[in-house]
Structure formats: C-alpha cells, structure tokens
Design a protein around this ligand. Structure first.
Ligand code: FAD
Length: 486
C-alpha cells in the first residue's frame, strides 16, 4: 500500500474491482500524493450506514492509509426548499454524524455562507473525492462543476437505487418495460452493504471550520422561506427511518396488499421522506422486507406488491428524470397525450381555481380539500389521494401547462418527500398520461385517465379521511395512527 500512496491512478489495477456499475469516474488522474485525507462529499445519500459511497470511500482511504472525512454542504438556497425541509434534513445530519463516528469516520458540515466545496476540498487536503448520484438537473450540474474544478480524482456512486441507474441505458415506456430488467438484476445488486470501518482516524486541524449539526443550521439565513412550518410528527434521520421500517416489516407488511389503497388508515410504509433525503436506502428496505418474507412465506404477495412500488415504480421515476430533460414541464408528455390535451384545450372548465384557492383548500370538493390539508399540515399525502389531487388540478385550471406548474409548486413546497423524481413522475402520470395508456375520450382530459370524485370516494372510507384531515388542520389528532413518529 505504501508504494501506491505516492501515485495512485483512479483505476489502477488494485482498485479495478471497486469500479463497478454503481461507480462513475467523473474525473480521472492520480490521487494527490500530498493529500491528507479522502473526502466523501455527501449530497443525496444522507446516511452514515448502508451507503455504497461511504464503503467505497473507506476502501480508498484505507488503501491509501489516509483518514476519511465526510463533508456536507449546508446550502441555504436549495431549489424550492423551505424551513420544513431543512428541519428534517438537519435532524438527519445528527444521525449521519453519530453513525459515521461508529465507523471511525469524521463528519463535517459547513453551512452557508461558507459552504464552498472547493474551499473545503482545499482546506481538508483531499487526495481524492467520492460523491453520490442525484439524477435531478441542479444536483447533476453541481457534480459536473465539481468534476471540472477538481484537480484530484472524483468518483460518484449510485447508492440510492437498487439497480445502478446507468444499467437501464435509455428512457423507459412504463413500469412494464423497466420491471423485468430491474428484477433480472436483483440477484446481482440486492445485497447487504459492507459497512466497513476506516482504519485511520482524522485529526481535525486546529481552527478547521466546521458547523455543529446540533444547532439550527438555518439560523441567520435571511432569505429562507420560513412560511412552511416543520411537521412535528415527522422526525428526520436514519434512526427514525429504521424504527419505522421495523414497525412496517414486523406488523404492517402483512396487510400492505389490502390496506395500501386506504388513505384513512396507516397502511403504507411512509418511508418516502426518508428515501428522498437518503436517510435510508432502498436496498436496506428491500432486504428487510425479504427477511420478513423468509420468516413468514405468507408475505409473498405483500412483498411483491411492495417491491413493485419501491423498486419498479421508484426506479422508473429515476430513469424518467435521468433521461427526460423537461421532466418538470408539460412538454414531457408523449405525443398521443399532447395531441389529446391540445384537442381539449378549449373545453369549458366548470370550476377554475387560483393557486391561492387551491393552496388554501378552498374548492367545492371535500375529498380534494382533505388531501390538500394533509399536504399542508402533514407534509405528506397518501398515494391514492395524490393521484386524485393532481387530476383535479388539471380539471380546474385554464390549461395543462398551468395545471402542471401549480401541482409541482404545491408538491415541492409542502411535501417532505417533494423535489424528488417520484413527484415529477407522479405528476406526469396523473396529468400527462406518462407511463399510462390512452383511455376513453372525456371533456378536458381527452384520453388521459380520469378519476371521478364519486367513485374515488367509494373505494375507501373517504368520510373518515375527510374528518381526520379536518381534525389535523384544526390541531386535533385524527383517528387512526397516521403519524409515523407515534
Ligand atoms: C401526483 C403525485 C405526486 C407524487 N409526489 C411524490 C413526491 O413528491 N415524492 C415521492 O416520494 N413520491 C411521490 N409520489 C409517489 C407516491 O405517492 C409516494 O411515493 C408514496 O405515497 C409514498 O408513501 P409510502 O412511502 O408510504 O409508500 P409505500 O406504498 O410504502 O411505497 C414504498 C416506496 O415506494 C415508492 N413508491 C410508492 N408509490 C410510488 C409511485 N407511485 N411512484 C414512484 N414511487 C413510488 C416510494 O419511494 C415509497 O416510499 C407522487 C405520486 C403522485 C400520483
């Protein structure tokens, strides 16, 4: 190892086996022989355990006999993020710090205004840098920028999907095309993480700039939108996510098939906010579900249904955002959908609401209003209601471009799991027929699948759901345990 320390190629023979499909070499070259540590710039995968990027960084650091420092940049202007999102993220960083410490790895958070990546890499003396992957436009731009300014190797690791996203090399038509491809690769990629420990501890240089994750990271950020309050019921972080996963696999999974389309009961995993922040990875979840199945073979159907959401639909959304440049506008619709929408552009809209009326749940439709209240006051909405919610916005706005704009705005502003590939894919599915097929012709919707309030409301106890969400908005706890932190 000491020999390689002086001049390590990014892909020298001894590291060749580390560069698998999960890893992208963003910048090649040699590691800095005078480097003082390996840095993992953590952005998407905000967890200290079950993280392939940490595992790779540990291997590289141990190979170079250097310490590993994990760095998180607390920027104050993440697109569409507000106080609700930052509080959840901030809670998660505490678990990151604690979990990394168990692995002999140091964690440094630097928050705005001194969160410059370049400065951190220089201050820490990065011999090489590891990152994670995020298919969204802006974070991908950051990675490209970092690759262009770094003088040392930069590798990114696709750790927030089960199957590395680059293995599905083009945009997919639907769940039916991506599912078999993903499932075929599960035996290769659905494995426990190594969770290796770093061999060398980092000694933080005197005066090294670092912010405490135990304080409010948003303090003195003047421009931050603080109008959206944190939701007490949700506690961010890997530890809360693991607790919920245990509850889900231990007690709730058996009823997932029958309960998952019942918004009035706590019947789904409610892990989407944790997945969004990378507090938990999909492999950890999938392995826990498989472990439950091993103990109880009667869970097979529930496991298959859950995998369909967690793996097929979620990774279809990643694929969508990765290969569709206009994933967040109405332009991402297929041609048949564009045509049918155009044909119905002049259809009369019986009700047209402003963004403000929608935001304040001021429509005639009690079920829709209940969903909107869940979004605003709980930061999450049940999937079944999300579909109905988005479709109604299409019906109640002057044109499809406005409808998509309003839906994305509200989705990303209020949901803890917002600003995620799943949100863009979910809105495109509901409003633009993406990944769906053409249905029967209807006013406004054309051939886009329609959901009527009357039939949707009969599929579950919608009266109870409406009552629960009113109670929630009034500060009274709803019936049923809809609160993950309970
Ligand atoms: C209009 C609309 C907007 C949406 N916005 C978002 C969003 O902003 N963020 C978000 O994470 N999800 C979004 N979804 C997808 C889905 O509603 C949520 O992921 C799900 O409700 C989260 O609850 P859960 O974790 O209990 O899901 P579970 O049923 O327990 O499923 C487990 C996981 O599978 C994934 N999953 C479940 N359903 C879907 C789906 N339809 N598409 C893709 N992945 C899925 C999620 O990661 C989820 O956490 C949206 C769906 C629609 C129709």
């Amino acid at each position: 190892m000491t020999e390689t320390r002086a001049k390590v190629q990014v892909v020298p023979e001894e590291w060749q086996e580390l560069i698998d499909a999960r890893v992208t070499v963003r910048r090649g070259g040699v590691s800095d022989p005078n480097g003082k540590c390996v840095v993992y710039w953590m952005q998407r995968a905000q967890r200290g355990v079950d993280n392939h990027a940490v595992d790779l960084a540990v291997k590289l650091a141990n190979g170079l006999s250097l310490p590993l420092v994990v760095y998180f940049a607390g920027i104050s202007n993440f697109p569409h993020a507000n106080l609700r999102h930052y509080v959840f993220l901030n809670q998660g960083l505490r678990d990151v710090e604690a979990d990394l410490a168990e692995r002999n790895i140091s964690f440094v958070m630097r928050r705005a205004p001194h969160e410059s990546h370049e400065r951190f890499f220089a201050d820490a003396g990065a011999a090489m840098v590891v990152g994670d992957e995020n298919p969204m436009r802006e974070p991908e731009r950051w990675r490209k920028h970092v690759a262009s300014v770094l003088k040392v190797p930069f590798l990114t690791v696709d750790t927030d999907v089960v199957v590395p996203s680059k293995l599905v090399e083009k945009a997919q038509y639907g769940a039916y095309t991506i599912r078999p491809r993903l499932y075929r690769l599960l035996p290769e990629y659905l494995h426990p993480y190594e969770n290796l420990k770093a061999a060398v501890a980092w000694k933080r240089p005197k005066g090294f700039l670092a912010d405490s994750v135990h304080e409010d990271m948003t303090r003195d950020w003047k421009d931050l939108d603080r109008s959206v309050e944190p939701v007490e019921a949700w506690v961010g972080g890997t530890h809360a996510a693991m607790k919920r996963l245990k509850l889900f696999t231990g007690r709730m999974l058996k009823d997932y098939g029958s309960q998952r389309n019942h918004p009035e009961v706590d019947g789904t995993s409610a892990l989407s906010p944790y997945l969004h922040y990378g507090h938990i990875g999909p492999i950890t979840i999938a392995l826990a579900v498989d472990a439950a199945l091993k103990k109880d073979p009667s869970l097979q159907e529930a496991r298959d249904g859950y995998f369909n959401e967690l793996i097929a639909w979620r990774e279809l959304a990643v694929n969508f955002v990765k290969y569709t440049p206009n994933y967040d506008t109405a332009d991402c619709a297929e041609n048949w959908a564009k045509q049918t929408i155009a044909e119905h552009a002049r259809d009369e809209r019986e009700h047209v609401y402003t963004l403000q009326q929608l935001e304040h749940a001021e429509t005639y439709d009690e079920l829709w209003n209940a969903g909107q209240l869940q979004m605003v006051h709980y930061g999450w909405m049940h999937n079944y209601v999300r579909m109905y919610w988005a479709k109604k916005i299409l019906e109640w706005t002057p044109d499809v471009a406005t409808a998509v704009k309003y839906a994305m705005h509200l989705n990303d502003k209020y949901f803890l799991d917002g600003r995620d590939p799943n949100g863009y894919a979910g809105i495109a599915w509901s409003m633009l027929g993406k990944f769906d097929r053409a249905w029967f012709e209807r006013p406004i919707f054309g051939k886009i699948r329609y959901m009527s309030g009357a039939s949707t409301g009969k599929k579950f106890d919608s009266k109870r759901y409406i009552r629960q969400m009113r109670d929630l908005a009034d500060g009274v706890r709803g019936t049923g345990s809809l609160f993950p932190a309970d």
